[in-house]
Design a protein around this ligand. Structure first.
Ligand SMILES: O=C(O)CCC(=O)C(=O)O
Length: 264
């Protein structure tokens, strides 16, 4: 399976419409890939909080339209990163979209863990409730977004639902880049799964982005890693490595669930 992660810069100075066209043409350039992955909130930037409401779109809005066409023109599965979604009841969500090679919307995932504590996404957006997997030929994707990477229980829920390739679009800041790399490897090792984590380059809303999109195999080895700038990171994965790793080192089978809390 060939996967291409498109690490684009989300800088002010480029309009959302221009970026949408640029990203669609970058997706089309990946003909031959089986799966193309984009970052989190690449229309606005993950830290451009004032833009969320202004650029919010319904699930079938302009990004859906452009990315569905890009997926079908490319003939690849497309994890189109996330958009600020305006739900029919007016609530905003940070929602990832996955398209099939024929351009059908195969899945939408509303980010469960919202970042910002008492500001930003955490107060402006609603929280998703549902873990989402997507069946592809040869592997099952488990969907997570950026800050979700810090919450291993979500990834365990995805693995329990059959996920073998964990896809994490992000807008991770440079300031905590060491966490990004460490957590991507940790999620791969503990879940014995591929991790495809696609971040952004550039600076928006005064927040320099980490870039460093990364692909990790089920043994925790880094197969490919980008630098800080714009880059398409292309890797050939053998999805069969997940079953081999889980079979040869069957740690997932030793999980103990429902532990008693410590006695006082
Ligand atoms: O957890 C982090 O350090 C970054 C998270 C983040 O930037 C996000 O979820 O948008």
């Amino acid at each position: 399976m060939r996967a291409s992660l498109i690490q684009i810069a989300v800088d002010e100075g480029e309009s959302v419409e221009t970026r949408r066209r640029r990203v669609a043409s970058l997706v089309r350039e990946q003909a031959g890939a089986d799966l193309v992955v984009l970052p989190e909130l690449w229309t606005t930037g993950a830290f451009a909080y004032e833009e969320f409401g202004r650029e919010a779109e319904p699930l079938d809005g302009p990004t859906h339209e452009a990315m569905a066409k890009a997926a079908s023109d490319t003939g690849a599965w497309l994890h189109a990163g996330s958009i600020p979604e305006r739900a029919p009841d007016g609530t905003l969500y940070n929602t990832s979209l996955v398209f099939s090679p024929s351009g059908e919307l195969a899945a939408a995932y509303r980010k469960i863990h919202r970042f910002g504590f008492d500001k930003g996404e955490a107060v402006l957006m609603g929280a998703g409730r549902d873990a989402v997997t997507v069946r592809l030929p040869g592997t099952t994707l488990g969907l997570a977004t950026c800050y979700d990477l810090r919450f291993p229980e979500l990834f365990r829920a995805l693995v329990d639902a059959g996920a073998e390739t964990l896809v994490v679009p992000a807008g991770w800041p440079e300031r905590r880049r060491s966490h990004w790399t460490l957590l991507a490897q940790a999620r791969a090792v503990e879940n014995q799964a591929f991790v495809l984590a696609c971040g952004t380059a550039g600076t928006h809303a005064g927040v320099p982005q980490a870039g460093h999109s990364i692909v990790v195999d089920p043994w925790g080895e880094v197969l490919a890693e980008a630098g800080p700038g714009e880059r398409v990171l292309t890797v050939d994965l053998d999805p069969g490595r997940v079953a081999v790793t889980r079979d040869q080192f069957p740690a997932l089978k030793d999980r103990v669930l429902g532990l008693e809390p410590p006695r006082r």
